[in-house]
Each structure stands twice: as C-alpha cells, then as structure tokens.
Design a binder for this molecule. Structure first.
Ligand SMILES: NC(=O)c1ccc[n+]([C@@H]2O[C@H](COP(=O)([O-])OP(=O)(O)OC[C@H]3O[C@@H](n4cnc5c(N)ncnc54)[C@H](OP(=O)(O)O)[C@@H]3O)[C@@H](O)[C@H]2O)c1
Length: 430
C-alpha cells in the first residue's frame, strides 16, 4: 500500500519505520528534509514541503496510488486557521486517497471542569486560544468528508516514547510541576498510537473520530515521582500557574476516555499505562546500547554457549525492569486496599498475575532467580493491609480481591519455584 506522511516528525518517523519494515511504499514530507535522511536510508521517499506554499501538497502526493495520507503538521502560524489542511485534503481527493488521517489534539476541549473525563461526545471549546486552530482544522477535514474523502480524526493526548516525554525532560532537568502537580493528564505511548492509527485505517468507518489515550490517566506528580525514583534524577522544580506579572500557565486537569477506540477498533494496548510504557522504553534503550567489542578469541576457541544461555543476561535485565513495575504496582495496591477500593485492587492484581505468569513461563528453563526476593517486604505490607481490610469488611466484600490475590500468589510461586507463596494463610471461600 502507498502511504504519505505530511509533516513527518516524531510520530511520523516511528510510523514510517513500521510501514517500511512491512514493505509498504512510504513518502515522508517536511520542510527540513535533512532530518529525514535516516528514513531515506531505510527506504522512504523524501519530499520537501512547506505548508505555507499554495501548491505544496499536490506535488507531494503526485504519483502515489490510492495512498493513505497522514496529516501530522501542527497548526500553521501565519495562515488562516484550517487553510493548510484544507489544501491537503483537496490534493488527497485529487489523487484518490484511500484514507486521510488527521492527527488532532485533545487541546480542542480547552478548559474543562477539574478532573473531568472527556470523550468524543464532550463539548469542544470554540473560544479557547489553543483549541481554536485545531477546531478549524477538524472542520476542514469534516468539509472534505462531505466532498467524499474517507477521513479519520485522532484527538491525541500527550505522546511519549523513546527520546520523548517527561523522562527526557527530567533527565535534562527542565521539567516543572505546576501547582504541586495535582492535576490529571492522559498520555499514549508512540507505538500504541502507531498501532491505533493502523487499526483505524483497517477498521474505522469513514468520518470516524477517536480520542487517543491509554487506560490510566495520572496526576503530573504521580508520574513525575515514579519516574524520578526510577531514574534517580533530582525532583522537578515546582512552579505556580499564576505568578505576578507573568501570563497564566495553562494547566489542563482532565482524563481522556479511550472507550470508543477500544470498542470500535478492538484495539488492545501494548502499554496500557505509563508503567508498562516506561519499562518498554528502558528495554528498547537498553537493547540499543552497543555491545562492547569482543576481544579477539584465544586459540583454541571456547565452545559457544547455547543460544538460550546467551539470551539469559538480556532476559534477566528485562526481568529486573518488570520487578520494578510489580514493586510499584504493589505499593499502589496498598493505597487501594487502605482506601477500600477493592475493585481497583482486583483489576491491578489481575494484571500483575498475568505479568508474573509471563515471567514464570519465560524463565522456567533457567535457574532460580533472585528477583522475586526483592518483593518480599512489600508483599508483607500488602498482607498487613489486606488483613486490616478484612477487619473492616465482611469476607464477601473482599471475595474477588482475595481470588485475584491468590492467583497473583500462584503466579509468583511459579516464578519463584519451588518456594512457598507469600500469602500461605490466604483462604478464599464462596
Ligand atoms: N507530541 C504530543 O504530545 C502531541 C499531542 C497532541 C497532538 N500532537 C500533534 O500530533 C502531530 C504529530 O506529533 P509529533 O510529536 O510527531 O510532532 P512533530 O515531531 O513536531 O512533527 C511534526 C512535523 O511537521 C513538520 N512541519 C511543521 N510545520 C510544517 C510546515 N509549515 N510545513 C511542512 N511541515 C511542517 C515538522 O518538520 P519541519 O519542521 O522539518 O517542517 C515536524 O517534523 C502534530 O500535529 C502534533 O501537534 C502532538
């Protein structure tokens, strides 16, 4: 299939690489084409465009057969709002584009009620300075849909991934917590965004609109604290949204629902929360560290270790990252238990049981690992919280949580085998 990415930056680059690997024809376009050189090396066609120019898009799409066009250029300053994308849709109609995907933003919601959840039906904020240009662009896409273009609009929450997001800013030391960081925000890992975009091309009805975010919004502080502890960086600077003599810092306190995209596209997130997403970034960045150049082999050469033994250090590294994830989640479980949030606690445990099961399966052919031992102290704390909850509530209220706890323990036992479980006195009745 032919693809054109108009405004190929962070997301476009990641999408282009995935498509090229599958053998698609991919044309990538931006003003600064030198930055697209690595994609050219990977097989992409590179085309210079400047959205300001009247006839930018026709030549950019020329020669492509029924392409999927991804419009990823941010609102263009100095042009009437919506004008650049209107021209891109016209050029797309001109080449008989199979689909036109616009990467919009949840900025369209402007100021929302504190902590509100927004979805595709929520009202957009026409008067808001940041929302206005995006709303104009979405209207232009809607106009093109009426003219027969097969469109999709994705309203994106904050994108993070390797080399992009809060992690990088904490490392640089320029991340700031606004008003104590107690406001919620949603995010999506770039690879999930690419997956959702591909699923939408295959399955979304013409004119579809989706809000794009993972399953777990968090406060700015929760995310920053978690990352700071993990990276060992200095805590971010705290600033106020209102400072004398300065324009107000925009703070959006909202959660973005992904229910429609999950329902209509049957999409399963690879990284349902930042916990899995950040662990994947570490795994990817760890894997990207060049291996030290091996010293010349002495004669006679040692027999090479079996392939599974060569894999072991990598697997152990990944196991270590997952142990951190489990540690973090068990701390969260204690918070849920102490607040009597048993349904949340059960869901969290179900995910942890899956994860521990995965680790157990992956590691069963290797010797016993020391990693699960690192969870003993927190497991004891979980048990204390659980017992306290049992003191406050009758057994039926805790039934599904107890089942989930027991399944998690069973999975942990398989991982730790052959030692006894963490919660040997747990009894599930009913
Ligand atoms: N990152 C987020 O958290 C987030 C959240 C919501 C929505 N979005 C939107 O999603 C889209 C993709 O995000 P991204 O992170 O991949 O953005 P990005 O890395 O900034 O990529 C956008 C690309 O558009 C090109 N571009 C900008 N102005 C242009 C112009 N006048 N003519 C032609 N090309 C132009 C830029 O390349 P040149 O400068 O070389 O032209 C850049 O590579 C963007 O529209 C972004 O605003 C992003």
């Amino acid at each position: 299939m032919d693809w054109a990415i108009l405004g190929c930056g962070y997301v476009g680059g990641r999408l282009a690489r995935a498509l090229l690997k599958e053998g698609h024809r991919v044309r990538v376009c931006a003003r600064n084409v030198a930055r697209l050189d690595p994609l050219k090396q990977a097989g992409a066609e590179v085309h210079a465009i400047d959205a300001h120019k009247l006839r930018a898009f026709g030549p950019a799409l020329f020669g492509l057969r029924s392409p999927v066009v991804v419009y990823s250029i941010p609102p263009v300053p100095g042009m009437p709002p919506g004008e650049a994308i209107r021209r891109a849709t016209e050029a797309s109609l001109g080449v008989g584009a199979a689909r036109f995907i616009y990467l919009s933003s949840t900025a369209v919601y402007g100021e929302t009620e504190d902590g509100a959840t927004v979805d595709e039906e929520s009202s957009i904020s026409i008067g808001d300075a940041q929302a206005g240009p995006r709303i104009a662009e979405e209207s232009a896409v809607d106009g093109a849909r009426l003219a027969g273009l097969n469109t999709i609009i994705l309203r994106l929450s904050a994108i993070y991934g390797p080399g992009r997001g809060v992690r990088e800013r904490l490392k640089k030391g320029d991340y700031q917590l606004v008003d104590g960081g107690m406001h919620f925000f949603s995010r999506v890992h770039v690879d999930d965004l690419v997956g959702i975009l591909r699923a939408a091309v295959d399955r979304a009805p013409a004119g579809a609109l989706y809000c794009v975010a993972d399953d777990r919004p968090s406060t700015q502080k929760e995310y920053a604290d978690w990352l700071t502890a993990r990276l060992g960086t200095k805590p971010p600077k705290e600033v106020a949204s209102l400072e004398a003599g300065k324009p107000r810092r925009a703070v959006r306190n909202r959660k973005v629902s992904n229910a429609r995209l999950k329902r209509e596209l049957a999409y399963t997130f690879r990284h349902p929360s930042f916990v899995e997403g950040e662990a994947a970034i570490e795994a990817e960045q760890g894997a990207a560290v060049p291996a030290p150049v091996p010293a010349p082999a002495p004669a006679p050469p040692e027999p090479r270790p079996l392939p599974d033994q060569r894999l072991l250090p990598r697997i152990r590294e990944i196991e270590k990252s997952w142990t951190e994830v489990i540690l973090h989640e068990l701390r969260q479980l204690i918070v849920h238990l102490d607040a009597d949030r048993f349904a949340e606690g059960s869901r969290l445990l179900e995910r942890l049981a899956q994860l521990a099961g995965l680790l157990a399966r992956q590691l069963e052919s290797f010797e016993i690992s020391p990693e699960p031992m690192r969870l003993e102290a927190i497991a004891a704390e979980v048990w204390t919280s659980y017992e306290r909850a049992r003191g406050r509530h009758p057994q039926p209220a805790l039934l599904s949580l107890a089942r989930a706890l027991s399944e998690f323990d069973a999975a942990m036992q398989r991982w730790r085998a052959p030692q006894p479980g963490y919660f040997p006195s747990l009894k599930v009745e009913g």
